[in-house]
Design a protein around this ligand. Sequence first.
Ligand SMILES: CC(=O)c1csc(NC(=O)C2C[NH2+]C2)n1
Length: 130
Amino acid sequence: YEKEEGTLRELRIFLREICAKLARNRQFFMFTKPVDVQEVPDYLSIIKQPMDLETMMTKIDLHRYLCAQDFLDDVDLLCRNALEYNPDRDPADKLIRHRACSLRDTAYTLIKAEMDSDFEEQCKEISRAR
Ligand SMILES: CC(=O)c1csc(NC(=O)C2C[NH2+]C2)n1
């Protein structure tokens, strides 16, 4: 059991670094914090499950992610939300959609490049057993 806790600790350290790296990228600034409903009043009427990088960092510390794919599922949610809320052809929407896709691809590439595949397998095994 202690070995499992060590594995999950290592996962959290890894995910914090990935999340921090994404949040440092100025291209992704609109995804770093929850959408402010004062500024974007209709956001919550369209997006039912908001997600952002600050919330994901908090979820790491709350032990909500038991494997890297759990974290990538929230990256996918963040990206899908941006595509749904910004569907139009106008440049502002297109830019946000482009940045959301770039964040998603960057997250997947960073994790695949820096994560040992059998480490993820170990994490998934722990996740399945719990
Ligand atoms: C986080 C997110 O997806 C977001 C924040 S503001 C925004 N879109 C706009 O402000 C307008 C551009 N067309 C609507 N999207």
